[in-house]
Design a protein around this ligand. Structure first.
Ligand code: KIV
Length: 269
């Protein structure tokens, strides 16, 4: 496998598909223009994940995210990173059947500059994915641990621990690929199983908590930059201690306000 380590290159569906076995894809989430602008020209794709409902909106899970909320954040991200390949997560309950899924996806394309949408589900959602892709919607799949299934599954459970589950996941991936998805997120899955899935499909797999053998990685920006303090999943690497840095900076600001060293003469009109 020749893995190119190159600088940023603007992505499109063709390049994403061609990257399989050539270049590891770097994906990061973003929820606003400010951060999207910082990530553009570094990450290959920016995902407006419905995880924003937790880390941005402070909700306990992703289930209450709405289409309008996702569209609002996707527009902000596209405004900040107009050249980036932006993917919008379809929120829970917006793609329960083919008709509804297409209507909502068309609304996303009409109201944002998102290049693609992401939907959770395997074989159970393959027909819906096929209907979307046949109607010119670019779809990224999402299998393994699927946060939108948290209540029906009774929690967030690592996938692929048994032979049966491994076989199910491989079937899910193949069904999503056959339905026309251009890539698949594999979340919270045993690394050896994610490797087998990645070898079984011809489209790139993007792992999160799925080991190193997927075709790319995705991390939630607020996790990897250390802003989300509630908990740190095992698979997250902190590349910055964002929370501590922010608290230290705001503390210094407060001290400067209290001892009247802010604003200084040069900061006055
Ligand atoms: O919502 C999200 O941020 C996601 C990633 C974890 C892949 O779906």
């Amino acid at each position: 496998m020749s893995i190119i380590k190159n600088d940023f290159e603007k992505m499109n569906i063709t390049k994403i598909k061609k990257s399989k076995n050539n270049k590891k894809l770097t994906v990061i989430t973003a929820y606003d223009a400010l951060f999207a602008k910082l990530f553009k020209n570094i990450a290959d794709m920016i995902l407006v994940g419905d995880s924003l409902n937790m880390s941005f909106a402070g909700k306990p899970d992703t289930l209450s995210a709405t289409l309008d909320q996702m569209i609002y954040h996707t527009n902000a991200v596209c405004n900040g990173a107009s050249d980036a390949f932006v993917i919008m997560d379809m929120p829970f309950g917006t793609y329960n059947n083919k008709k509804e899924a297409l209507e909502n996806a068309v609304k996303v394309y009409a109201q944002t500059k998102a290049a693609a949408i992401k939907v959770e589900g395997g074989k159970d959602r393959a027909e819906i994915i096929e209907y979307l892709t046949k109607n010119s919607i670019a779809v990224m799949g999402h299998i393994g641990l699927m946060p939108q299934y948290v209540r029906s599954e009774g929690g967030y459970k690592v996938r692929g621990k048994t032979k049966e589950d491994k076989e199910k996941l491989i079937k899910d991936a193949l069904a999503v690929e056959k339905a026309g998805a251009f890539a698949i997120v594999i979340e919270g899955t045993m690394s050896d199983v994610a490797k087998e899935i990645s070898q079984a499909v011809k489209i790139p797999t993007i792992g999160i908590g799925a080991g190193k053998d997927t075709d790319g990685q995705v991390l939630v920006w607020s996790d990897m930059l250390g802003f989300f303090e509630e908990f740190k999943p095992k698979f997250v690497r902190h590349y910055l201690d964002g929370a501590a840095l922010v608290k230290e900076a705001v503390g210094k600001y407060r001290n400067d306000v209290q001892d009247s060293t802010f604003p200084a003469k040069e900061e006055e009109y």
